[in-house]
Design a protein around this ligand. Structure first.
Ligand SMILES: Nc1ncnc2c1ncn2[C@@H]1O[C@H](COP(=O)(O)OP(=O)(O)OP(=O)(O)O)[C@@H](O)[C@H]1O
Ligand SMILES: [Mg+2]
Length: 401
């Protein structure tokens, strides 16, 4: 074995090593700078490590050698590795494209179907709990995966700032599919009793009253658990059981009765400060951390504010001809600018679609954006934020005074 040659290969003057990817017995060529200027040292090492060619060539000669090795199937070692890695990475995406499901979920409904976004969904049985349809509601294409998940009976957690449209997204899908909805808000007085059920005395008789969870599970309703990041641990513990597909609820308080989910039952939750929204927890005081094991049981979608154009469209759909295209664009731009300021932390409060709609509605009555901003915006934020928002409004609208 030629030790000197081995050292040479590891030398800093090394230019490259060429090997045969499929024929190991072909050995490998190394090219390095020679001690003599403008000359190159080429060495061939056999598989056993012996160097049996060790010569110095000029550039023309080296180029001829490189072409010959290329013809023989030798490849540059690093490049070969890069190519192999690239091929591996491409293989993954090609295989994925070939196997990805493009068809909407299979729908099994004796009642009928409705199309929501690009997804065909089964119709519900209707009833007084179907939310009213909002004709101004805009289903953004970003929500198609949420619709598919509903069709496939996944547990869906929508996270995002206040007023981005989390609750209304589910309610509007329900409205379009004639599906009854129950809502339970965790940022209030909701107790485990309200959620699961309780015993009470009625007409001298002790009776059991189902809470919202077993009611929704038995009757095939959709349950939206709003602000789940404020829920007490006992409620989260009960929920965990029904998060598994087909998960059953054990009513311990009712002699361990088991409640099996109706096929139409769906479970949704919304939160402001969970997962990737955790960085804004300081804005939602009292919000709890949710552990990863709990989060892993949901499909977690981040619902951001609508784009400027979509929000302008919502304004026009909501208020019709009373809001011109130019007005809608201006108002949507003001909202977008306030949100940018919020992201930069120049503003301490977010600017929700709800706030924008409310401001516009009052503006149409008062005919004055500034007067309308009082009860709908300024009174809800700090004096500094109000001044900042006022300056953004004035930047876009020449106010009367
Ligand atoms: N895509 C949309 N199309 C039309 N209106 C929308 C849309 N998204 C939101 N809105 C309007 O914004 C209002 C607030 O939305 P929603 O109550 O769903 O927000 P949220 O994210 O649940 O807020 P919170 O976190 O405060 O509960 C809705 O009532 C609706 O009027
Ligand atoms: Mg909500």
């Amino acid at each position: 074995m030629n030790v000197r040659a081995d050292n040479q290969v590891q030398d800093r003057s090394l230019i490259g090593i060429y090997h045969h990817p499929t024929d190991v017995s072909a050995g490998r060529w190394s090219v390095s700078c020679s001690e003599r200027p403008h000359l190159y040292r080429i060495q061939h090492r056999r598989t056993n490590g012996d160097t049996h060619i060790d010569t110095v060539v000029d550039l023309d000669n080296l180029e001829a050698k490189l072409q010959k090795w290329h013809r023989e199937g030798f490849v540059h070692q690093e490049r070969a590795k890069d190519n192999a890695e690239l091929a591996d990475r491409s293989t993954f995406m090609n295989d994925l494209r070939a196997s990805a499901t493009t068809d909407p979920a299979i729908v099994d409904s004796s009642i009928g179907t409705a199309r929501v976004g690009c997804v065909v969904m089964a119709l519900g049985t209707g009833g007084p709990l179907v939310p009213p349809m909002n004709p101004a509601y805009l289903f953004a294409t970003r929500s198609d995966n949420v619709f598919l998940d509903i069709a496939e009976n996944r547990r869906i957690l929508l996270i995002g700032h206040t007023g981005t449209g989390k609750t209304s997204l589910i309610e509007q899908v329900a409205a379009h599919t004639n599906q009854g909805v129950l809502r339970s808000n965790m940022n209030g007085q909701t107790t485990v009793g309200d959620f699961v059920g309780f015993w009470t005395v009625k007409g001298g008789e002790t009776i059991w009253v189902d809470g919202v969870l077993p009611t929704a599970m038995r009757e095939g309703l959709w349950l939206i658990v709003d602000e789940i990041d404020f829920a007490e641990p006992a409620i989260l513990a009960v929920l965990t059981a029904v998060l598994e597909p087909g998960g059953r609820l054990l009513l311990k308080e009712k002699g361990n009765e088991i409640v099996a989910p109706h096929p139409s039952f769906r479970l949704f939750a919304t939160a402001n400060a969970v997962g990737s929204m955790g960085q804004y927890r300081h804005l939602y005081q009292g919000a709890n951390l949710m552990n990863e094991a709990f989060l892993d049981r949901w499909r977690v979608y981040h619902i951001d504010y609508l784009s400027r154009d979509d929000e302008a469209q919502v304004l026009q759909r909501t208020f019709g001809a009373r809001v011109s295209t130019a007005m809608a664009q201006t108002l949507a731009s003001i909202a977008a600018e306030c949100r940018e300021a919020f992201t930069r932390e120049d503003l301490g409060s977010a600017f929700s679609t709800r706030r924008l709609l409310d401001w516009t509605e009052l503006m149409l009555r008062t005919r004055d954006p500034e007067t309308a901003a009082g009860p709908t915006i300024y009174s809800k934020v700090s004096a500094e934020d109000a001044a900042f928002i006022r300056s953004i409004i004035q930047h876009h609208i020449a106010l009367d005074r």
